[in-house]
Design a protein around this ligand. Structure first.
Ligand code: ATP
Length: 435
């Protein structure tokens, strides 16, 4: 059942223009995806809401946009050059590759062939800068946005007059040459991350870590994820990254099992200490009040955009009807803040003057919200089209509108229809859509 829902959702994503396989006309490129007209809106809404929650709502948190290619020493200091590896084995018969630590048997799970010995495989994509492909010009596509924040620690501190505790947030692309990929957009090689690095006094690190875990879990619940489908999962000692003191993942109950959508780690002073060592720059913090000098510890809530997006879609997806003789209907019960299109406007039939009034309403509302004008097909069909992309409100201009200057507004979830004066529409929608 769960697999079927996932299959249907993936097909909806393609059919309605949320997500396409990249370079599809050339047969695609495995584990890379493109976001269509609706997908790009959903992605932007997630990023906007994250930024509002993490930056705008905090006087002690600022934003940053650092470059994707960084000085190669960054990756020496961070440990990614040495340690960002997966143990890779290959089947000698079918040449499929697997992560050795995910295999339960010592033969190929696909064809039963013999496997090679395991080799460490670095997950960073390497490229070359300049005209020669020699090792002096090697650069890496960043595998996380966090390092851009660490190397700018001093710049931000000196220019923004922040005092500990403070945070720097960033949203941007990250790249990982994952050995195994799949489950649609769950594990991909190019994705976006939304990361906060929160610099704290070591004395307070554990308490602040606890606080961020709760805050991050609640963010998803507030945005409509069903409480039963989301949880915090604490890493056991042997699951912890070597630099982390503690880490909890926000996990979602995907059709393929509970899996991480965000990690919240206590990274201690590892990052700043390492960058101090490799750059020979002093990255300690001097407390202006106590005169205390210390390397700040870092609490890091780190989420992707795509995994939460998939979780939001799966959680919102609902199929209704489908009994014999009845057509199956899909409603995407996305939180209104996430919905790609907020309002759809229809003339009851494709005739003037209904079209003119509907277009005027569209033009009036479009500066405030993403709207869609649709005049094709029956009204029922048009409602269903909007339901399956999660549009919270549909407005219909009918013949009565000519006499009462009113329209019908239909609610996606209750399916109730109300009559509202055209001149009051904007105000009413503002009350329902602006938060
Ligand atoms: P996993 O164990 O599943 O590989 P991770 O622990 O390596 O994930 P982190 O390094 O903690 O992931 O990255 C933080 C977040 O970035 C993840 O919670 C996830 O949302 C996102 N992310 C990481 N790798 C990928 C990927 N290959 N595809 C999509 N999102 C990813």
């Amino acid at each position: 059942m769960a697999e079927k829902i996932q299959e249907n959702l993936i097909s909806l994503c393609k059919r309605r223009g949320f997500i396409f396989q990249t370079s599809e006309i050339y047969g695609g490129l495995q584990s890379f995806y493109d976001y269509g007209p609706l997908g790009v809106e959903l992605k932007r809404n997630i990023k906007k809401l994250w930024w509002k929650e993490m930056v705008q709502n905090h006087k002690e948190i600022v934003g940053l946009d650092s470059s994707i290619l960084m000085h190669p020493k960054t990756w020496q200091a961070s440990g990614h050059l040495e340690g960002f590896t997966d143990p890779l084995v290959e089947c000698k018969r079918c040449h499929k590759r697997f992560k050795a630590d995910e295999l339960t048997k010592d033969r190929c799970p696909e064809c039963g062939g013999a496997l090679t010995n395991s080799k460490d495989f670095n997950l960073m994509f390497k490229t070359f800068m300049g005209s020669t492909e020699d090792s002096a010009s090697e650069v890496y596509l960043r595998p996380e946005t966090a390092q851009g924040i660490f190397v700018n620690f001093k710049n931000v501190l000196q220019t923004s007059r922040l005092k500990i505790p403070f945070g720097v947030a960033q949203i941007g692309k990250a790249f990982r040459n994952e050995i195994t990929s799949g489950n649609f957009i769950f594990r991909i090689k190019e994705f976006e991350q939304m990361e906060l690095e929160y610099f704290v006094n070591p004395k307070n690190a554990s308490k602040i870590h606890e606080k961020w875990q709760k805050k991050r879990l609640n963010w998803y619940i507030d945005l409509g994820i069903n409480k039963e489908n989301i949880r915090l999962k604490k890493h056991s000692k042997d699951q912890l990254a070597h630099y982390a003191k503690a880490c909890s993942d926000v996990e979602y109950n995907f059709p393929f099992g509970w899996s991480e959508i965000e990690g919240i780690a206590n990274r201690q002073d590892f990052d700043l200490t390492q960058h101090s060592k490799f750059s020979h720059q002093d990255l300690v913090y001097l407390d202006p009040e106590t005169g205390e000098k210390f390397a700040p510890h870092i609490i890091e809530p780190s989420a992707g955009v795509e995994r939460p997006l998939l979780a939001f879609l799966i959680d919102a997806y609902e199929e209704m009807g489908g009994e014999t003789g009845k057509k199956k209907e899909v409603v995407l019960r996305l939180d209104k803040r996430l919905s790609p299109i907020k309002v759809a406007i229809f003339p009851l039939i494709k005739k003037e003057p209904l079209q003119k009034i509907a277009k005027e309403i569209f033009n009036d509302l479009k500066s405030a919200w993403m709207c869609q004008y649709d005049e094709t097909g029956s009204i029922g069909k048009r409602y269903r089209r909007q339901d399956e992309i999660g549009t919270p409100y549909c407005i219909t201009v009918d013949f009565d509108s000519l006499d009462d200057d009113s329209v019908t507004i239909r609610d996606r979830d209750t399916r109730e229809q109300e009559r509202i004066k055209i001149k009051e529409l904007k105000l009413i929608l503002r009350q329902r859509l602006d938060f």
